[in-house]
Design a protein around this ligand. Structure first.
Ligand SMILES: [Zn+2]
Length: 254
């Protein structure tokens, strides 16, 4: 069963599902313990005292018992806040679900996320406040590539380290090529400069400093296609939430 320790921790409820007749299993992204599955006894009973604290897209400070590799437990919660729009708006909900599913795939269970807890918290908060969810998702996708082992060089030309001028992205070189080195990869992605600019910017961006962002819809489509190509070829995930976004037709297809 592994070891159990009592702890107070911040968490964001990712999803939950019914378990047995009266109980629930609740997956929570925690600040110090990563993604953990909690067994919540009596959660399906009417008037359950922790009901508000285990709704999806709730953020709270919890007190409970964390198990290293078995189910964990919640005893109490305080400072309970809901991402109201993520709960109520099916489109925002779909983006937020994808974001957490992607992070869960990148980090796995029980892996502490370090600064990524607040980065994801900020991403959800921005989507909840109606920042363009497609762009917030793009930013997280670019940054999570490192955790999927892709580590693309989006700083400078991988050959000569030129930092200005025209660039393209080369999957075989794992990063940028400057115009002088385009010839090295005829199968480079042929991205337009605006799309590349945003990919490079997103790689560095601290979401806590994001005040506003506006990206033209053609560039948004290009970003979506570029990231789909990189994720399909180099990460190879098959996430339900991504298919759902495609089905909702809010996710451009290529
Ligand atoms: Zn170069």
């Amino acid at each position: 069963m592994g070891q159990t320790q009592t702890a107070e921790f911040a968490g964001i409820v990712f999803f939950r599902r019914d378990y047995r007749e009266r109980d629930m299993l609740v997956k929570i992204l925690t600040d110090n313990f990563g993604f953990k599955m909690f067994f919540v006894r009596g959660a399906r009973k009417r008037g359950f005292r922790l009901g508000a604290a285990i709704l999806p897209f709730t953020q709270a400070n919890y007190f409970g018992a964390i198990s290293t590799n078995g189910l964990s437990f919640i005893n109490a919660a305080k400072d309970v806040e809901h991402y109201q729009n993520l709960l109520q708006d099916i489109e925002l909900n779909a983006y937020a679900t994808y974001l957490l599913e992607l992070a869960a795939a990148a980090f796995g269970d029980s892996q502490p996320l370090g600064g990524w807890f607040s980065q994801l918290q900020q991403a959800l908060s921005l989507i909840d406040r109606h920042f363009d969810p497609a762009i917030i998702v793009n930013i997280i996708e670019v940054q999570l590539l490192n955790f999927f082992g892709v580590k693309p060089n989006l700083q400078d030309c991988v050959i000569c380290h030129q930092t200005t001028g025209a660039f393209d992205f080369s999957e075989s070189y794992g990063g940028l090529l400057c115009a002088a080195h385009f010839h090295l990869d005829p199968r480079r992605m042929h991205l337009d400069q605006r799309t590349l600019y945003f990919l490079r910017t997103f790689a560095q961006l601290d979401l806590r400093r994001l005040n506003s962002i506006h990206v033209k819809s053609t560039t948004k489509n290009n970003l979506r296609q570029a990231l789909d190509q990189i994720y399909d070829n180099e990460v190879g995930l098959n996430l339900k939430s991504r298919h759902f976004l495609e089905e909702m037709k809010i996710w451009p297809k290529h």
